[in-house]
Design a protein around this ligand. Structure first.
Ligand code: ADP
Ligand code: MG
Length: 475
């Protein structure tokens, strides 16, 4: 039987449906229409550009597997995007739209051949010795400075990034360490710096790599007995960007090799940019000599964005997607999703998706439902205030006593427990925990955590405290 676009796509859908969450399937795959099959290229129509980007970012692997199963290794996928300028009109967009209709519908085909998509740097270190090799920078051009909005929460980091990209290796921000919580823009900013450098200095070799991948490559090089090639390769780089270095904690071999690469690059005036989900003082199981290198340059924190910045980020995102949305809805989302920009974007994407597939108007009610899902799904982090309250209640003292300077043993213990739980249950840094629990420094907090650890293995009564409090704080 001859293959048709429909039959091929139906089979792909069967496979995809089996492998992803039902809700995700419903949201991202049901609305797709298979339109054409030419040779080994299947064209699918998607409702908008953000939809296409979302598929590319999250589902390209499964699409590839499914399509390769159906059409073989040379399978290609072509997206056809129908873009609408206005939003929330009830015109069904799968039909021809009369020319009198104001909403302009464009059709844009994007040809994504899997083969050419972001070439993997599988084994980069096979090429040393060859001059003028081109090393793929692995940068994502969609993460640039233009769409990295500035606010109080990121001003220092963003400007340091700009300074570095103006003069890579030529500022005192070397290394530049960007740190901050999940979804606050570390990866985006790291790419933006690289992209800007590539733009200004096309001849420079820039490489972006996650610490995880770096570690895998290293392990592979040891296995294959070409550790020196690995080191040599990295020493050729002018601007090395390593994302999520906290991943290296406890991995002594990789830290050691990175130490040597770092020293070489630094001595030769090359730029190193690192990101981490923790401040250097809070990084555990990273060798001291490496930590001290991290502190040579500048550590810049990305903090949670304030309300204005959240609004600006949302508006910018909507603008780029060509979507209009009422002010009070944008405000509603920005007000309720505070601690993670990725979630902020996720909520708006869901909102657009929901309304476009169900042809519903974007209403406050719809926004409320979606925000609720986001807020529910993300485990609420207990606050340090809450921890102090629970601990002082448990020991029948008030919070002021817990925070006081007294050396009375039972109060000291309560305070140490509060610090221990703050470290365990929040993402706050040691320094920030210390300043919130009676204005102590980070060393005191670290000491408290160790003491609690020790006592709970040696002292039965103390272990009971820890267990009771853990229960209270986990519900
Ligand atoms: P992290 O690496 O810190 O977990 P990401 O860099 O992946 O965070 O950012 C999460 C999302 O938030 C990305 O889609 C990114 O584009 C967006 N984002 C973060 N900060 C900003 C900003 N200042 N302006 C615009 N978008 C931002
Ligand atoms: Mg990241």
């Amino acid at each position: 039987m001859a293959l048709t676009a429909q039959s091929v796509w139906d089979n792909c859908l069967l496979f995809i449906k089996d492998n992803i969450q039902p809700q995700a399937y419903k949201t991202w795959f049901e609305p797709i229409v298979a339109v054409k099959l030419a040779d080994k290229a299947l064209s699918i129509q998607v409702p908008s550009k953000f939809f296409y980007e979302w598929l590319e970012e999250h589902y390209v692997k499964i699409l590839k597997v499914a399509l390769t199963k159906e059409l073989g290794a040379t399978a290609k996928l072509v997206y056809i995007i129908r873009m609408e300028n206005t939003y929330g009109n009830k015109q069904p967009f799968t039909e021809k739209i009369p020319s009198s209709n104001r909403s302009a519908v464009k059709s844009q085909a994007i040809d994504v051949s899997f083969k050419n998509k972001s070439p993997e740097l599988k084994n980069p270190f096979v090429i040393p010795g060859i001059r003028n090799v081109k090393i793929e920078s692995q940068l994502n051009p969609n993460y640039n400075f233009d769409n990295f909005l500035e606010g109080d929460s990121n001003r220092l980091a963003r400007n340091a990034g700009l300074a570095v990209s103006a003069k890579p290796g030529g500022t005192s921000f070397n290394p530049l360490l960007i740190f901050g919580g999940v979804g606050l823009g570390k990866t985006h900013l790291a790419h933006a710096i690289g992209v800007d450098i590539k733009d200004k200095y096309p001849e420079k070799t820039v490489l972006y790599i996650s610490a995880e991948k770096f570690q895998q490559q290293y392990v592979e090089s040891v296995r294959k007995n070409n550790r020196n090639d690995f080191i040599h390769f990295y020493q050729l780089i002018d601007v090395l960007i390593i994302d999520d270095v906290q991943f290296l904690s406890g991995k002594a071999g990789t830290q050691d090799v990175f130490f040597h690469i770092f020293n070489h690059l630094h001595q030769n005036g090359k730029q190193v940019i690192l990101t981490s989900d923790k401040a250097p003082v809070d990084m555990q199981d990273i060798e001291q000599r490496l930590l001290s290198r991290f502190k040579w340059g500048l550590s810049a924190e990305l903090q949670t964005p304030d309300f204005e910045t959240r609004i600006a980020i949302l508006k910018n995102k909507l603008y780029r997607d060509g979507v209009e949305m009422e002010e009070d809805i944008i405000n509603y989302i920005a007000k309720h999703i505070k601690s993670n920009i990725r979630e902020l974007e996720g909520a708006i994407i869901s909102l657009i998706a929901q309304s476009s597939f169900n042809r519903k108007e974007v209403t406050i009610e719809l926004a409320r439902q979606i925000v609720e899902k986001f807020v529910k799904n993300t485990k609420r982090e207990v606050s340090i205030d809450y921890i102090q309250k629970i601990v002082s209640d448990y020991f029948q003292m008030d919070v002021d006593t817990l925070q006081s300077k007294t050396r009375k043993r039972h109060i000291v213990q309560a305070r140490q427990l509060a610090m221990f739980f703050a470290k365990k249950f929040t993402k706050a840094s040691l320094a920030s925990i210390g300043s919130q629990i009676g204005k102590r420094d980070h060393a005191t907090v670290l000491h408290a955590c160790k003491t609690v650890d020790n006592l709970s293995t040696t002292d039965k009564q103390f272990r009971k405290y820890v267990e009771d409090l853990t229960k209270k704080l986990s519900v």
